[in-house]
Design a protein around this ligand. Structure first.
Ligand code: PLP
Ligand code: COI
Length: 355
């Protein structure tokens, strides 16, 4: 399928100070759109000036939440190249989310081409400074105007690009996380592994309560017994316990993070003992009390590698590594951002250049 391009006649001014970008607050000059109609498939792929969507007020996404999304980044390398990080993984995951939400699949290679073309058209919007990048948000919404509860017969695929700085205002300074013991995010057989709006909507209440208490995000426990550690609001989580680096396994209720997968691959390539398994909050507390938890960190596209300095569980406050970034978190951060910014050799073949 050809992708048509209509350039804006009113380019917006570029951000004046890349140190003050924030996360997901500004958008580039263009966006990618593509429609789906049952019986016809995906059609009318186009890059157009960024602007409001026209949507029937009965569009099904507005009523029953049939939506999926992705999050990826384009980085400006030190040598001027523009690099994407494992975009195939994002679109494979989008198809897994599509399948769960009963949305028709997309063609992975075509979507990578669409991202490359959008980033190429909006190249000047890729930030220059370290720590900032062009955050890319592909999403699909159900657009058929119907109130009956069934899968839509029409969809809109959108890709937005947002020059962004760090997700957490604290940057690489360790974040404080609140272990949620009242609400749950996902249950076995539900949508936890999919990147879909409802997973985030149901987490907002807990996040607001945590924010009011001075915590950045919540750490979710499993939805059945609230015993096993799952993930944080916008990142997967790792614990260094003795010589084991453990992250919760993928049993269907957490997002299979691409940064998580890449971190496991890097840690294992360094000969470290990185494991995926069930980890109960009680096991963590016990290890903490025995002085065996040396580092905690989160991984995510937006969050990169975020050290966790404090975890609050009920009345217990656990602090890690004196609120400083730990050795393993720092090594992982340097390796990950080094590959993403073309500073280190990409031995795994993870980066894709945008020409
Ligand atoms: N978990 C959740 C709930 C997320 O929203 C994200 C962000 O995408 C992640 C984990 C990390 O996934 P990734 O590393 O693919 O960005
Ligand atoms: C990401 O890391 O891409 C995310 O989607 C996290 C959050 C902004 C939802």
């Amino acid at each position: 399928m050809e992708i048509s391009v209509t350039l804006t006649k009113n380019p917006k001014p570029l951000p004046e100070d890349e140190n003050k970008l924030g996360f997901g607050e500004k958008f580039s000059d263009h966006m990618f759109l593509m429609n789906y109609t049952a019986g016809k498939g995906w059609h009318d792929a186009r890059i157009v000036p960024y602007g409001p969507l026209s949507l029937d007020p009965a569009a099904m996404c507005l009523h029953y939440g049939q939506e999926v999304f992705e999050g990826m980044k384009a980085y400006r390398a030190d040598d001027g190249r523009i690099l994407l990080f494992r975009p195939d993984e994002n679109f494979k995951r989008l198809n897994n989310s599509n399948d769960r939400l009963e949305i028709p699949p997309i063609d992975v290679d075509f979507c990578i081409e669409a991202v490359k073309k959008l980033v190429s058209v909006d190249k000047k919007w890729v930030p220059h400074i370290d720590g900032a990048s062009l955050y890319i948000r592909p999403y699909i919404i159900a657009t058929e105007p119907k109130l009956g509860v069934h899968a839509s017969h029409e969809y809109l695929f959108v890709i937005l690009a947002s020059p962004s700085g760090p997700y957490y205002k604290s940057g690489l300074k360790p974040v404080k996380i609140y272990v949620e013991t009242k609400y749950v995010r996902a249950v076995r057989g539900g949508t936890g592994f999919a990147k879909t709006a409802g997973n985030y909507a149901c987490g907002l209440k807990a996040q607001e309560v945590a924010n009011r208490e001075g915590y950045s995000q919540v750490l979710w426990l499993d939805g059945v017994e609230q015993k096993y550690i799952e993930e944080v609001g916008a990142m997967n989580v790792f614990f260094v316990i003795g010589d084991e680096i453990v992250t919760p396994g993928l049993y269907g209720s957490i997002l299979p993070g691409i940064t998580r997968k890449s971190s496991l691959e890097l840690l294992r390539s360094w000969g470290l003992n990185a494991t995926e398994r069930r980890l109960s909050i009680d096991e963590l507390i016990e290890a903490y009390k025995a002085g065996r938890v040396s580092e905690v960190f989160g991984t995510g596209t937006a969050a990169v590698i975020s050290p966790v300095g404090e975890l609050k569980v009920g009345d217990l406050i656990m602090t890690f590594n004196n609120g400083e970034i730990g050795k393993i978190s720092q090594r992982l951060y340097d390796a990950m951002t080094g590959i993403q910014r073309g500073r280190l050799k990409d031995e795994f073949g993870w980066t894709v250049e945008v020409k």
